[in-house]
Design a protein around this ligand. Structure first.
Ligand SMILES: Nc1ncnc2c1ncn2[C@@H]1O[C@H](COP(=O)(O)OP(=O)(O)OP(=O)(O)O)[C@@H](O)[C@H]1O
Length: 262
């Protein structure tokens, strides 16, 4: 294996089974008992060969709702982008037991072109036909392919609005709806509720929990100090100002168990 291929995420590579014993205090349906979707070993993330965050070792099991929190600028977005292959890791291994098209990344809206001359329908259409390259531009999706996802997040009425004229919170909801197209198995969300009022944030997190449970989806979500997000999560990854990471199970009885710190 070349050094270069070690530095890219492996998608759908069978990863060795996780033999860590499961503590009896965990419920029968706890995600730790589900298949491992992602195995991260000795991962360091950063730019231009300089480590910003890590080293990090963890397994992500199907059905997990993982919250990632920490101060501004510690590298939370950098970590998500590294996990999905948008950035090369500084060091370490990333092994996914999922095909790349089963993942959806929901970026922060401020990273998008503010003048994007597209309607909500057009933006949604880009979420269909992934992997078809330029051919996708010639496919005009039908409303029945797009409307249910918009309805699911409560923004069906915005379908014909210009995306750039929406509020930041509305844009976040559209990006979430787009991510739900095609029933992905894993959602990675970069501060999905950053611009939402408390009521909309509560509704969105409740929706994510519902979708996650109904579709057996796995969620990794960045959110800043939100109690709501914490209460929805069954694992919390905390990044501190030095880039060190701690992972906590949200089951009080298991917090002292060494097998459940990562
Ligand atoms: N392309 C880049 N090249 C070099 N440094 C970058 C690049 N993109 C981001 N950074 C730097 O990496 C650091 C971490 O950024 P990142 O966006 O990952 O932090 P974050 O924890 O997600 O922050 P926030 O909570 O404010 O969104 C910042 O100091 C940022 O300036």
């Amino acid at each position: 294996m070349s050094a270069d291929s070690r530095l890219r995420p492996n998608f759908e590579q069978p990863s060795p089974a996780d033999h860590a014993p499961i503590p009896p205090c965990l419920p029968r349906d706890h995600p730790s008992r589900q298949p491992t979707l992602l195995k991260v070993q000795n991962l360091a993330c950063g730019y231009h060969g300089r480590t910003l965050l890590g080293p990090l070792d963890f397994h992500l099991h199907q059905g997990t709702f993982m919250l990632i929190e920490g101060p501004n600028g510690v590298g939370k977005s950098t970590l998500l982008k590294t996990l999905i292959g948008l950035l090369p890791p500084v060091a370490g291994r990333i092994d996914w037991s999922l095909p790349a098209d089963a993942l959806r990344f929901v970026p922060q809206t401020r990273t998008l072109d503010p003048m994007l001359p597209a309607t909500v329908f057009d933006v949604m259409a880009t979420g269909l036909h992934r992997g078809r390259g330029l051919k996708a531009l010639r496919i005009r999706p039908r409303h029945q392919e797009i409307d249910p996802a918009l309805e699911m997040v409560g923004v069906g009425h915005l379908c014909h609005h210009l995306f750039r004229e929406l509020s930041e919170g509305q844009k976040q909801l559209i990006l979430l709806a787009r991510a739900l197209l095609g029933q992905p198995r894993l959602l990675l969300l970069d501060e999905p509720s950053a611009s939402m009022d408390p009521e909309r944030e509560a509704a969105t997190i409740e929706l994510l929990q519902k979708i996650q449970q109904q579709l057996d989806m796995t969620v990794m979500m960045i959110a800043h100090g939100s109690e709501l997000a914490r209460s929805a999560s069954n694992r919390i990854m905390r990044v501190d100002r030095t880039g060190q990471i701690q992972i906590e199970e949200c089951l009080k009885d298991c917090l002292d168990d060494p097998h459940h710190t990562h």
